[in-house]
Design a protein around this ligand. Sequence first.
Ligand SMILES: [Zn+2]
Length: 487
Amino acid sequence: MFRFALLSAALMVCATSSIAADVDDLKRDAWSWLDTQTQVLEVANQNIWSYAEIGLAENKSSKELQDLLINNGFSVESGVAGMPTAFVATYGDSGPVIGILAEFDALPGVSQAATPEPTLGPNPEAGHACGHSVFGVGSVGAAMAIKELIVSNTFDGTIKLYGTPAEETGIGKVYMLRAGYFKDDDVILNWHPSDRNRASYGNTKAIANVKFRFRGSAAHASAMPWSGRSALDGVELMSAGVNYMREHVKPDARIHYVITKGGGQPNVVPPEAEVWYYIRADTFEDVTSYFGWINEIAEAAAKMSRTELEAVEIQSEMHEMITVRALSEQIQKNLSAIGAPKWEEQELAFARTTQLEFQDPFGRAIGSDDTPSLATHIQPLSDEPTPARASTDVGDISWFVPIGGLGVASYGYDLPIHSWPVVAATGTTIGTKALITAAKTMTATAIDLYTDPVLMERVKADWRKSRGDAPFKTLIPEGQMAPVAVR
Ligand SMILES: [Zn+2]
């Protein structure tokens, strides 16, 4: 099936122009090989999509990916960094080391079937509303294709596939990084399902993920309320304080919370209460400053309510992304050569129905005549990094290793991520086509990096310039291990 082995000798002796031609052949062969794997990858996605397991509970999903990698000759180290669902799969032991990230956690409360109208899905508790089932499988597909090239002695190289759990709470990669993973790789690649096709070239927000726990004392809320102290009062006063603070933070800050424990029933003064905060800003430095302010507000709220601020638990944190222009350009070049996924009529119709069925909070349907149902083009690479909106724990790794990625259309155009239409589409052939396109793009980019030391050096130089020499700081206490559960 391969002409890889034949080409390996040619690569060593050819002049630059014919190497370029040979590299193009290598890419085309790898893409054809990936096409032959479509069914295997589709089944893996169907399974993980149906399990829809939330962060740190992705037992079956993680095993599905590990089994696929073991069957393809990778050695797998599982349960790394104290997280049972985290793993590292490796093939090769020489040459440049390229890592690929695979996520696979679902989101609670967004169950959805593979239908274009809202319908409960196979797991009534959760769904892949961030498309991480296709994310994980597409990344594994790329690792498999790259391994085939290494097996054929096409070039010297090592490929590592990182199974990174609990992305939605920014836990997996952060604790794997703390355990020493990623740092020795030359370059890391990843992708994310999107409503558009483009190489990633954007900033992300830094974040602190923190739980504040208050302790009061229980009493009959009517007979003897003066004997009790309400921990819920502590939580409410704290959040009132934070809501006054909002006026005085920079416009890029985002602070949001949910009350995860607020008492049992109204006739008992709540002895325990907990509020869970995400504190975000464009820089980790600003997050650190806001976190300090919010801590003082929490302490003051405890004083006002005569309760105790029992614990401030930093679950995790994420840093802003360091962008690498040279890598984004190379990914964009490969994505453009592959082209956007080619959609069938029924896939376009499916996505259009999800757009029309989806209502934003003000009742506006998405999907007017001039809105495509699914993206059919590659978006141009922006001149400047796009402004930060969300956060990702990929950002933390980017402080240690150059990282590049891409988005591939996996659901209806203009629809928001974390919504039911994303679950619906990624459970169909729309998701399959997206993950194959992503796998092809990452494979092609890896081929470029393995075979072109000048490109590799340019990527590293770009990263060093973008990274600067600011120290990497952390709010997570020394020695703290990953949480065992998200909630
Ligand atoms: Zn995601």
